[in-house]
Design a protein around this ligand. Structure first.
Ligand code: ADP
Length: 158
């Protein structure tokens, strides 16, 4: 059976933390789908097409990575993709508590799925998309926090 994993998130925008998790996880799977969950109730800061474009640029060198987006439940999307793994990154104990309950519920909904958690590298622990959005909104320098390949593109977006 092919090992297919989904890495779901908002990626609003992609950060060095996301990039590192994907690069370290890619060898573990035959295919890793980085999937933007589109939530009709939650307006994003960066538009979907840009978030997809930046992810495609960042991971263009990795052959087993696919970029996609989906509406609705993550587990339903996983089922459609024939994915048996949901990948999530863990920074803090707060992340763990949140991910534990989401992961356990997902497993109840779709028992074949396994939740895979990867610890962030220490230097990426304080990085999150919401901080990047705040810095961007206020015209600050985001380059320390987002992948080098797309830093200029994200910075220039308005
Ligand atoms: P969500 O809104 O679903 O949390 P995000 O785009 O913020 O989506 O994050 C997607 C995934 O990436 C989550 O598993 C999150 O824990 C992980 N992640 C976010 N930032 C980092 C980071 N700095 N280091 C490691 N993992 C991270």
């Amino acid at each position: 059976m092919k090992r297919i994993a989904v890495f779901p998130g908002s990626f609003d925008p992609v950060t060095k933390g996301h990039e590192n998790i994907v690069r370290r996880s890619a060898p573990l799977f035959d295919e890793l789908v980085v999937a933007i969950g589109v939530n009709a109730d939650k307006k994003s800061y960066f538009p979907l097409d840009k978030r997809v474009e930046w992810l495609k640029i960042v991971f263009a060198d990795l052959k087993n990575i696919r970029i996609d987006h989906y509406h609705g439940l993550t587990v339903d999307y996983c089922l459609k993709q024939n994915a048996n793994y949901i990948l999530r990154g863990l920074r803090t104990s707060a992340d763990f508590e949140f991910e534990r309950s989401v992961g356990q519920v997902n497993k109840m909904l779709y028992p074949q799925i396994e939740n895979i958690f990867m610890l962030t590298r220490p230097e990426h622990t304080p990085i999150n998309s919401s901080i990047v959005r705040d810095i961007h909104r206020n015209g600050g320098d985001i380059s320390l926090f987002v992948p080098e390949l797309v830093s200029g593109l994200i910075e220039a977006w308005q």
